[in-house]
Design a binder for this molecule. Structure first.
Ligand code: S3P
Length: 170
């Protein structure tokens, strides 16, 4: 595939590499890369953790859904979603209407190593440990897997290899 005619949505738990992979896909496919969390930070003019703190997770999820709906008329792009995008079933339908969904996976240990120093992951506030990551991931696993058109593992693999698998698979 040289280019894309629909969005490619990258979903997956925090730390599965959605931002890194979408930045590389952008170069390989010559398409725009849209970072949903970044779009929300810009539209709300505050960090994600502050939105959670001031208005609660539900409010953040409302903004997340509105941002997703707003992408429907956007030209085909690589969309890097927040890790909780599958929490709302309607988000999955919105994504299916305008693109393909690629699930990135990694083990809880790998994820912990990648994000342990992060300060803007409010759902892990006070729980930044492998066990809690495993628990939350298990709670979401079914939703992630049911949503995915393609599942790509990211542990111990190069960015290039992961991107090739995505480009060939969507
Ligand atoms: C969340 C993941 C975050 C961000 C928000 C909620 C989640 O995105 O959207 O903190 O519920 O898993 P990343 O997956 O990019 O860290």
């Amino acid at each position: 595939m040289e280019t894309i005619t629909h969005h490619i949505f990258l979903i997956g738990f925090m730390g599965t590499g959605k931002s890194t992979i979408s930045a590389e896909l952008k170069e390989m496919l010559h398409r725009e890369c849209l970072e949903m969390d970044q779009m929300i930070v810009e539209s709300q003019k505050m960090p994600i953790s502050e939105i959670f703190e001031k208005y609660g997770e539900n409010h953040f999820r409302d903004i997340e859904t509105q941002t997703l709906i707003g992408l429907k008329d956007h030209e085909p792009a690589i969309v890097s979603c927040g890790g909780g995008i599958v929490v709302r079933q309607e988000n999955i339908s919105h994504m299916k209407e305008s693109g393909k969904i690629v699930l990135l996976t990694a083990t809880p240990q790998t994820i912990y190593e990648r994000i342990k120093d992060s300060t803007d992951r409010p759902v892990l506030n006070g729980h930044m440990n492998v066990e809690y990551i495993r628990e939350l991931m298990e709670k979401r696993r079914e939703k992630y897997e049911a949503a995915a058109d393609l599942i790509v593992a990211t542990d111990d693999r190069s960015i290039e290899e992961i991107c090739r698998e995505i480009i060939e698979g969507v």
